[in-house]
Design a protein around this ligand. Structure first.
Ligand code: S3P
Length: 182
């Protein structure tokens, strides 16, 4: 897979893995702007993701994700981006993601995700009779993709957000030192 050329920090992982909140905490710590690609899409479309899925279909939403990744790849500067949980699934997105920056995968077990998401009403893919099974199936389909895209994987189960943050900061620091040595 083509590795990155940008200095952004890209957070990937399943819905409920903590990308948004870790992104915000990283942004304070590193004094970088954080962007949430779902929010950008919602603002541009003037409606929540669930409405986009309903009114225009999932395929339309997936194309918007790909377009946004191209914009990130072609943009200057350094930011933190939190991606939608399904963004890495499309093949064309995978190399784009890797070109956008350092990719950090927040890995969580299905039980952890279900516990966090069971009362959620904002994720259209989990509006089904058996959200627990849907999480298990989607996660098993996506795990390989997330792992292949990742430069760094942090397991989030049973960890406080502060610990997750520390692991990421440690990784970024090591990365910077090894890049400076080159
Ligand atoms: C999706 C994840 C969501 C959002 C959309 C589809 C997915 O983002 O993009 O509901 O396919 O996993 P979050 O991971 O931020 O919830």
């Amino acid at each position: 897979m083509k590795r990155q050329k940008k200095d952004n920090i890209i957070l990937i992982g399943f819905m409920g893995s903590g990308k948004t909140s870790i992104g915000i905490r990283l942004s304070y710590k590193l004094q970088l702007v954080v962007e949430d690609t779902d929010k950008i899409i919602e603002e541009r479309e003037g409606m929540p993701i669930s409405e986009i899925f309903k009114a225009k279909g999932e395929g339309y939403f997936r194309n918007l994700e790909t377009g946004l990744l191209r914009e990130i790849r072609d943009s200057d500067g350094r930011k933190i981006y939190s991606l939608g949980g399904g963004t890495p699934v499309q093949l064309q997105n995978q190399s784009l993601i890797c070109q956008c920056g350092k990719v950090i995968y927040l890995r969580a077990k299905p039980e952890t995700l279900y516990a966090r998401l069971k009362n959620d009403t904002t994720r259209p893919l989990l509006r089904c009779d058996d959200p627990q099974e849907r999480i298990r199936v989607l996660l098993s389909q996506r795990t390989g993709v997330y792992e292949r895209c990742a430069d760094f994987i942090v397991d989030v189960d049973d960890k406080e957000q502060g610990e997750v943050l520390e692991s990421i900061l440690e990784y970024l620091e090591q990365k910077t030192i090894s890049e400076e040595k080159k």
